[in-house]
Design a binder for this molecule. Structure first.
Ligand code: CUA
Length: 362
């Protein structure tokens, strides 16, 4: 029984669906070699733990000082033993180096003909651009199975780090430069992607899902994604925005009225429309409305807030919002404005979204 428990805890059998005690499911081509290196080092550690600590405990008991008679002189040195305990670890670290280096080089060198995705990290969400399709995803990344994918990554603000545990890939994402990583997913399914570099208040919410789909489905999905909102009527835009665009806002703006880094979206349209919003500058929004004034109509204030959020900072907030210049098409900005206007039809009192992106109830 004890043996069975020990074995199941320590066994790191390859590619079981649910993963092992130490490792999550293996879902990429490099996962096996990463786990092999990990297992090798782990088993060497188990072995030497037993070999060193076992006799140590045995000798402690056997040779403990039983009487107060004087102790004898111990040996000063033993050349054969010292050579053995130097040469064996030396050979072991050479083996570990070779195995680790091979895996490392494999992770570094992306194969030819990768599908390219450009990744932008921003407090506190991930944006994935598919240049081949002109499609953008936020909070989710769709990739084809059985095809190498290369992520070209940068950050708009702080240090972040992209990690997909099931793929065994992880790389820092740094402002002002590009880093990259590659993987080839081996199984269709959904996998967790997360930020693994502490980047501020909502670091723990900076997650995304990787959808691995069959290659023949991938193309159709991307084409649909790229043009999804273009043919929508204005009535269809709120449901689209709450499902496809709100995930860029959710780390700072709540749907249940509670306080966060930015003002809640609940009641936002009423506040903006009536102009009762006060700014840190002391100005009141309503004074900026009207013919010949800065915004003429309230919709323009929202547009400016998205594209140039530092221009007016709402009173009692810090102005932490990044600019969405170049990230939103005009129709998507319109969709967000429509979302504010119709928010009570899209979410319930707890802030749970109640419609799908095509407008059907959830
Ligand atoms: Cu981004 Cu932690």
């Amino acid at each position: 029984m004890t043996l069975w428990i020990t074995t199941s805890l320590l066994m790191t059998a390859p590619s079981t669906a649910s993963g092992t005690f130490w490792m999550p499911e293996q879902a990429s081509t490099v996962a096996n070699s990463v786990d092999f290196t990990f297992d090798l080092i782990t088993w060497i550690s188990y072995f030497f733990f037993v070999v060193i600590v076992g006799p140590m405990i045995f000798f402690m008991v056997k040779y403990r000082r039983k009487t107060h008679s004087p102790t004898t002189e111990g040996p000063t040195h033993n050349t054969p033993i010292e050579i053995i305990w130097t040469v064996i670890p030396l050979l072991l670290v050479i083996v570990i180096f070779v195995v680790g280096m091979r895996g490392y080089l494999n992770l570094q060198e992306a194969p030819e003909g990768c599908y390219e995705v450009s990744v932008t990290a921003q407090t506190w969400f991930w944006t994935f651009d598919h240049p081949e399709y002109g499609a953008t995803q936020v909070g989710e990344l769709t990739v084809p199975v059985g095809k190498p994918v290369r992520l070209l990554m940068t950050s708009n603000d702080f240090l972040h780090s992209l990690w997909v545990p099931s793929f065994r890939v992880k790389m820092d994402v740094i402002p002002g430069r590009f880093t990259s990583l590659w993987f080839e997913a081996t199984k269709v399914g959904d996998y967790q992607l997360l930020c693994t570099e502490y980047c501020g208040k909502d670091h723990s919410k900076m997650q995304a899902i990787v959808h691995v789909v069959p290659e023949d489905e991938f193309d159709a999905r991307m084409v649909k994604l790229a043009s999804e909102y273009e043919d929508m009527s204005i009535e269809q835009l709120p449901a689209y925005a709450i499902n496809r665009l709100y995930n860029r806002c959710q780390s700072c703006h709540t749907l249940d009225g509670s306080e966060s880094t930015g003002p809640s979206f609940v009641g936002l349209w009423d506040r903006v429309n009536s102009g009762e919003v006060g700014f840190t500058s002391g100005e009141i929004l309503s004074s900026l409305y009207g013919e010949g004034s800065e915004y003429v109509i309230p919709e323009n204030y929202i547009r400016t807030s998205l594209l140039n959020p530092q221009k007016h900072i709402v009173k009692s907030y810090l102005g932490a919002m990044p600019s969405f210049q170049g990230q939103l098409k005009e129709k998507q900005i319109l969709a967000i404005i429509e979302m504010f206007k119709h928010l009570d039809e899209l979410v319930d009192a707890d802030g749970t979204i109640t419609v799908n992106s095509d407008g059907t109830p959830r």
